[in-house]
Ligand binder design. Structure first.
Ligand SMILES: *Cc1c(COP(=O)(O)O)cnc(C)c1O
Length: 361
C-alpha cells in the first residue's frame, strides 16, 4: 500500500488513524452487522453517532449552550443563500468584506435577497492581504456582518476580528475550523463545508446563536430553513450519515490523539512555521501573502517563472508530494497543510524545495 503526502486544498487529507478505524468498522459497525453507510438514519446506532458527533464538537470547540449545531448538506456554497434567507430579515441589509473568491460568492448571492454592502476589499492586490477595517464605515442597522475567516485560495486569515458591536458576525470557517481554538461567543453564525478539516465532502456544519433563528423570508425552501433542522436535531430528512460518522472519528482524534485545539494550534503553527521560514529565506521561492495576514492552513508560493513552477509541481508529484499546483487565479503553488498533514509531510516538502532551488539556480 502506498500513501502520498496530499497537499490538496479540498477535499483533502484525513488522519490515517481515522481512515484505519473506518476501514476496520466498514463491514460491521460495532456488532451491528452493517456499515454505517447502510444503516437507517433513525437507528439507535446512528442516533448515538450523530449525538456523539455533536457533543464532541461542542466540547472540542467549547460551543456555548445557546448555540445550535446543525449537520446539513449542500456545502458551504448553500450557506451563501441560506444565511441571507434566514438572517437578512429585519432590515434587509448585511455588510461584507471581500477577501477572495468565496467571500465574493457569498456577497453576490446575498445581494439577490437584500442590500449587500461591501465595506472593504483586497481585490486590488489579488487578495494577498486582509484589508484594514474601520468600524465607522459599517452599517449600524445591518442584520449581520459577513467575513471569510481563512481564504483558502489566497492563503490569508483574519488574526483580529472586526468590531461589529451588536451586529452579529457571520464567518465562513470552511478551511480553518478545528485548526485552533475560536471564541464562538463572538459570532452569530459560523459555517464550514466538511471537506477541508472535518471529514469527507457532503457534510456542512452550521453553528448558530439561537436568538437569530427567527422567521426566514417567505418562500424560503423548507430545506433552507434553519429552524426546521434545529427542531429536528438535523434529522428532518436523511442527513449525510457517513460523513457525520467520519466527523465523529476526526473529533475523537483531535480530542484523544492530539489533545484538543490548543495542541492542534501548536502543531499547526509549527508546521506552517517550517514552510514560512523556508520561504522567507529562499532566493527562488516567494510566499504571495503579506506576512501579518498569513494562513496556517493554505500556503501559496511562486518562483516567478511559470515554467519553473510547472517543473516543480511535476517533480514534487514524482516524489509523492501531490496536489501542489496553485489555484489558477494566483498561479504557482499552494501547499494546504490542514490538521491531518503530518509534520514529516511539511519537512519532506521543504527538503525537496531546498533541493529544487539548488538544482535550478
Ligand atoms: C471550499 C470552500 C468553500 C466551498 O465549499 P463547498 O462545500 O464546495 O460549497 C467555501 N468557502 C471556503 C472558505 C472554502 O474553503
Amino acid at each position: 500500500m502506498k500513501r502520498v503526502y496530499n497537499f490538496s486544498a479540498g477535499p483533502s487529507i484525513l488522519p490515517q488513524a481515522v481512515l484505519e478505524k473506518a476501514a476496520a468498522e466498514m463491514l460491521d459497525y460495532q456488532g451491528s452487522g452493517q456499515s454505517v453507510m447502510e444503516m437507517s438514519h433513525r437507528s439507535k446506532e446512528f442516533d448515538a453517532i450523530i449525538k456523539s458527533a455533536e457533543s464532541l464538537l461542542r466540547e472540542v470547540m467549547n460551543i456555548p449552550d445557546n448555540y445550535k449545531v446543525l449537520f446539513l448538506q449542500g456545502g458551504a456554497s448553500s450557506q451563501f443563500s441560506m444565511i441571507p434567507m434566514n438572517l437578512m430579515t429585519k432590515n434587509g441589509k448585511a455588510d461584507f468584506v471581500i477577501t477572495g473568491q468565496w467571500a465574493t460568492k457569498a456577497h453576490k448571492e446575498a445581494a439577490r435577497y437584500g442590500e449587500a454592502n461591501v465595506v472593504a476589499s483586497s481585490k486590488d492586490k489579488t487578495f494577498s492581504y486582509i484589508p484594514e477595517l474601520d468600524p465607522a464605515t459599517f452599517s449600524k442597522d445591518a442584520d449581520y456582518f459577513h467575513i471569510c475567516m481563512n481564504n483558502t485560495i489566497y492563503g490569508t486569515k483574519y488574526h483580529t476580528l472586526p468590531e461589529t458591536g451588536s451586529v452579529p458576525l457571520v464567518a465562513d470557517i470552511s478551511s480553518c475550523i478545528l485548526s485552533e481554538p475560536i471564541d464562538v461567543s463572538k459570532f452569530g453564525l459560523l459555517y464550514a463545508g466538511a471537506q477541508k478539516n472535518i471529514g469527507p465532502a457532503g457534510l456542512t456544519v452550521v453553528i448558530v446563536r439561537e436568538d437569530l433563528l427567527g422567521e426566514p423570508m417567505e418562500k424560503t425552501p423548507t430545506m433552507f430553513d434553519y429552524r426546521i433542522h434545529a427542531e429536528n436535531a438535523s434529522l428532518y430528512n436523511t442527513p449525510p450519515c457517513y460523513a457525520i460518522y467520519i466527523c465523529k472519528l476526526v473529533l475523537e482524534w483531535i480530542k484523544n490523539d492530539i489533545g484538543g485545539l490548543e495542541k492542534m494550534k501548536e502543531l499547526n503553527e509549527k508546521k506552517a512555521g517550517i514552510l514560512y521560514d523556508f520561504l522567507d529565506n529562499s532566493k527562488l521561492f516567494q510566499g504571495t501573502v503579506v506576512a501579518k495576514d498569513r494562513s496556517l492552513m493554505n500556503v501559496p508560493f511562486v518562483t516567478g517563472n511559470e515554467e519553473l513552477d510547472a517543473k516543480f509541481v511535476k517533480e514534487a508529484t514524482a516524489r509523492d508530494l501531490v496536489n501542489l499546483k496553485g489555484h489558477r487565479s494566483v498561479g504557482g503553488m499552494r501547499a494546504s497543510i490542514y490538521n491531518a498533514m503530518p509534520i514529516e509531510g511539511v519537512e519532506k516538502l521543504v527538503a525537496f524545495m531546498a533541493e529544487f532551488e539548488k538544482n535550478n539556480q
